[in-house]
Write a protein that binds this ligand. Structure first.
Ligand SMILES: Cc1cc2nc3c(=O)[nH]c(=O)nc-3n(C[C@H](O)[C@H](O)[C@H](O)COP(=O)(O)OP(=O)(O)OC[C@H]3O[C@@H](n4cnc5c(N)ncnc54)[C@H](O)[C@@H]3O)c2cc1C
Length: 600
């Protein structure tokens, strides 16, 4: 039996030492995010995750959400109550604007809290996650009237939000959206069409659901420039702002899925009875553009899902490895008969691999979260611009790499359990199944990799990528030249990783210009290379800080020594994969696209 315990010590280290929480707290509007206040928030969140969300996770997986005959959706027992506790405790509006009732905490703090929700109950947290996306879309581009009508309720969590992008013929390519919106004399629109895979499109938590819907106006140009964004509430608010008339939008079925069973994934039908009433967000034909701004945060959140689910799988694996007695561990006391499997070197390797991936991806995500805060709130415009360029580069890496890592970590977690991992009772299989969606929704890894190679690297001639790589290279050089043996080894390995990254950037930039198909054939390798090296960067910084603190007699020495050991493992066992990822990014690219489609 394993209960989720938020890894507060590591989270605090990543926030304070790596992401620079104290600096974030100096940004205008972030003054309340002092380390002590943040520590208290994290402790409260950790309790909520362990006491309320984690105990529901397995039952939610077994029971799943159900569509009833009247078209309503029932979430598994306990989820509705948990949602209301979540809302009443103010967790929904943690990083949202105080103007609409939020607490205005920095994104980097919200990230650590969010990781706990994902870890303890990913299916539950999808509802607040999608609401957050819908809030962002209205806040960034909606009229004052839309903001006033919807945001206070959505920030409080008394109404939830959804994102209605996907259609049967429009998945990765949203330019293919066919849902129609016809303007009415009163300035509203009648929306009709079908949306699929809509997370929490229908549920029993709240009295109203606010759908954000991509649709085309009758005279819209073809392609990406012809899509608009609409607010379509389930119940149309009346003059007093309360849910009024039922709108013409319904859930017509629920998908049967591999994982996240408690999260209802809905097929939504708009306009069966003439059209669902909708209100346009921003200007006509700019919906996709708005959506891409909003998607940054959603993609970042899905990256955090990867980290959360990895942490949960790791904790379960450690608990099992301590309990399960099997065989005598090689090289230990010869007199001992049998012992727990955690003593076997190969089991140690699996646990260490999981731990190293998690610490590295967490650190990269929190550092990116802090940069998001600086990009939004730094008083200096040039500093905001630089932070934004870093964030833009890192978002596909946090999303793509952390979720791909989650596949490996959840799989190792299952492997640690042996045969029992394959049996549902242990819970390891649920994490493996739940993790699987994270590389798919909010843009598949392939889509993230195209974004990274094209828009984020080639478009500025590799300038941002090279600037970040230089920063990593400087850390590597400093550590490699130092006196400490651990840090020297870490620095040398990181330097090799940076060299592989630089080679690959130098290859991608011209290749993208001359033969885009060839350049993109290995873009996932390029994304993984970035994730690996960025992780090595943060692990190297962590080891350096831990070493300094140990020498100064500061902090918890066991934690700090483990930090250095984990960083060294990362540097020596994982970072050398940089060469393979560079080969995957650049080698075989022509061959990958050479065969005619009918050869497969
Ligand atoms: C459980 C679940 C929840 C979801 N929740 C929501 C939601 O709330 N709202 C919503 O709107 N959608 C949601 N989705 C939809 C999800 O975002 C899409 O499934 C995803 O974007 C992929 O689109 P697709 O399924 O059409 O796959 P496709 O686009 O058909 O992709 C199939 C394969 O082709 C590859 N591919 C496609 N185009 C390219 C390209 N240009 N370059 C390289 N490779 C490419 C993909 O990487 C993938 O491997 C959800 C899906 C699931 C399964």
């Amino acid at each position: 039996m394993s209960t989720y315990r938020a890894p507060l010590e590591d989270m605090q280290f990543a926030l304070n030492e790596l992401a620079g929480l104290a600096e974030v707290a100096k940004l205008p509007g972030c003054e309340e995010a002092e380390p002590q206040t943040v520590a208290a928030i994290l402790e409260e969140a950790a309790k909520f995750a362990s006491d309320v969300l984690d105990p529901l996770n397995r039952a939610g997986d077994q029971r799943g959400a159900r569509l009833l005959e009247d078209g309503s959706v029932r979430t598994p027992q306990g989820f509705r109550d948990a949602y209301w506790k979540f809302v009443e405790n103010g967790w929904n509006g943690l990083a949202k604007s105080p103007e609409f009732g939020g607490q205005g905490l920095p994104q980097v703090v919200a990230a650590a809290v969010e990781e706990m929700w994902h870890a303890s109950n990913m299916a539950f947290d999808l509802c607040p996650l999608l609401t957050q996306g819908a809030i962002e879309a209205i806040e960034l581009n909606g009229s004052a009237e839309l903001k006033e009508r919807y945001l206070p309720k959505m920030v409080a969590g008394t109404w939830t939000g959804t994102m209605n992008l996907t259609e049967p013929a429009a998945g990765s390519d949203l330019a293919a959206v066919r849902t129609r919106a016809v303007p009415q004399a009163d300035g509203t629109y009648l929306v009709s069409g079908q949306k699929i895979f809509i997370t929490y499109g229908e549920h029993d938590y709240t009295e109203n659901i606010v759908h954000l819907v991509l649709a085309r106006l009758p005279d819209a140009p073809e392609g990406v420039k012809g899509i608009s964004l609409f607010v379509v509430p389930k119940f149309i608010p009346d003059a007093s702002g309360k849910p009024g008339r039922r709108n013409d939008v319904h859930c017509v079925s629920l998908e049967h899925k591999l994982g996240i069973h408690a999260s209802p994934t809905c097929v939504m039908s708009y306009g069966d009875k003439g059209g669902a009433k909708g209100w346009i967000v921003g200007e006509p034909n700019r919906g996709l553009e708005y959506m891409f701004v909003m998607m940054n945060l959603a993609r970042y959140s899905v990256g955090l899902e990867g980290i959360g689910i990895s942490e949960r799988a790791y904790q379960r694996a450690v608990a099992y490895a301590r309990e399960r007695v099997q065989g005598r561990a090689a090289g230990l006391d010869k007199g001992a008969k049998t012992g727990p499997i955690i003593e076997h070197p190969d089991v140690r390797r699996m646990l260490m691999t999981m731990r190293a991936w998690i610490e590295a991806t967490r650190a990269v995500a929190y550092v990116t979260g802090a940069a998001m805060d600086s990009a939004a709130r730094h008083p200096d415009a040039q500093a905001r611009k630089l932070h934004q360029a870093f964030v833009d580069l890192m978002i596909p890496i946090v999303k793509g790499h952390s979720t791909e890592v989650a596949q490996e970590v959840a799989s190792l977690g299952l492997q640690v359990h042996g045969g029992m991992g394959f049996i549902e009772e242990t819970g390891a299989a649920q994490h493996y199944r739940d993790a699987r969606i994270t590389t798919i929704y909010e843009g598949t890894t392939g889509i993230q990799a195209n974004d990274l190679a094209g828009r984020k690297t080639a478009r500025d001639g590799g300038a941002t990528a090279k600037a970040v790589s230089r920063e990593i290279g400087a850390v590597a050089k400093r550590l490699a030249a130092g006196a400490d043996a651990d840090l020297r080894a870490i620095g040398a390995s990181l330097a090799a990783g940076v060299a592989a990254l630089d080679r690959t950037i130098d290859w991608i930039v011209p290749a993208y210009g001359s033969n885009t198909r060839v350049a993109l054939a290995g873009s996932v390798g390029y994304l993984r290379l970035w994730g690996l090296v960025a992780g090595g960067w943060q692990m190297a910084r962590a080891a350096e800080i831990a070493t300094r603190k140990l020498a100064a007699g500061e902090g918890d020495p066991d934690f700090l020594r483990a930090k250095v050991t984990t960083a060294r493992f990362y540097a020596e066992a994982l970072l050398p994969q940089a060469g393979s990822y560079a080969a995957l990014a650049t080698g075989g690219a022509e061959a990958a696209v050479a065969l005619a489609a009918d050869r497969f």
